[in-house]
Design a protein around this ligand. Sequence first.
Ligand code: PLP
Length: 369
Amino acid sequence: KIYLDYNASAPLKPEARDTAVAALGIGGNPSSVHQSGREARAIIERAREDVAILVGGRTQDVIFTSGATEANNLAIRGFVPEGEPRRVIVNGTEHPSVLEAVGDAEHLPVKADGVVDIGFLQRMLADRDWRNCLVSVMAVNNETGVVQPIDEVVAVAHAAGAKVHCDAVQAAGHMPIDMLERGIDIVTISAHKMGGPRGVGAVATGPGVALNAIIRGGGQERGMRSGTENPAGIAGMGAVCASAPSYGPNVAKARELRDRLEVALRETIPASVIVAANSPRVGHVCCVALPGVPAETQVMMMDLEGIAVSAGAACSSGKIKTSHVLREMGLGDDISGSAIRVSFGWNSRDEDVDGFLEAFHRMAARIGS
Ligand code: PLP
């Protein structure tokens, strides 16, 4: 079996598994004052520090959630002081959990290379002096790997008095986030994209950012996210965050594999189109289209060969659709409906590229591309 779908979910790293399994053995409720409660609490607080270090934020400003979908909802829906007028500006290539968090978000377009149009943002913000404006731009796109100019977004937004939310799900563990140093106001991440467990994520806020809870109840997580915490998931997340600096060699390896894959695709399958090939991109994602062949067909044929890749956005299963990310970049249905995503990560090997290429060639020959 060959796994090339790290952007959908990375295989669990051994340190995350070990830490999570050890935490599962602790019986107490982290809010209980007795010893087993305190043990569970200690696990969570330690992980909070590890997350804060990874994002470059303050430990006390990290809120654990059930994943990045909830984290993005909290960041955006929770941003606004209740009852006050507010404005939300959202990059058009965001994950649906950002795009759909509020119904009245304004649309920030990207240019043909997939990078947000900073001049457009500047003009949007010049429009009026909004005290309650949030601009949401992701660090790295999940489908194409395009890297957004977050420092420029921050500069333009702050100059207009707006705050910035950055969905750093696909950047965490691959590059530094440094939220305080760079002035990013809210960062969201997810454990399972980095080799941690599924179902756990975090929001980190910077100075002067107040959020309103969207899940209310017992007041856990400083009242920002009620519900008994998930110590095992949180411990596993802390473990992958703590090991992130050792990702360096894996990041370089993933880039080497991706580059070799793209050279081979260009040379041997002239009909293939590599999306965002000349854009600023991370090194572990290849988005390749085979025009005329539906992405779902390709994914199924590759699966029969034992190879796991995904069609554009793989987060919502069962739906056959064209990629909104590629459409935003101005690509037609021939490309946006036929693009698959090959993504590498911490455990990717040379054989994965060889196996993928062999199967892809067989598939292309069978369907006459
Ligand atoms: N943001 C991005 C960029 C993603 O790729 C994903 C992946 O699903 C999410 C948010 C949602 O994360 P989660 O699966 O933790 O809800």
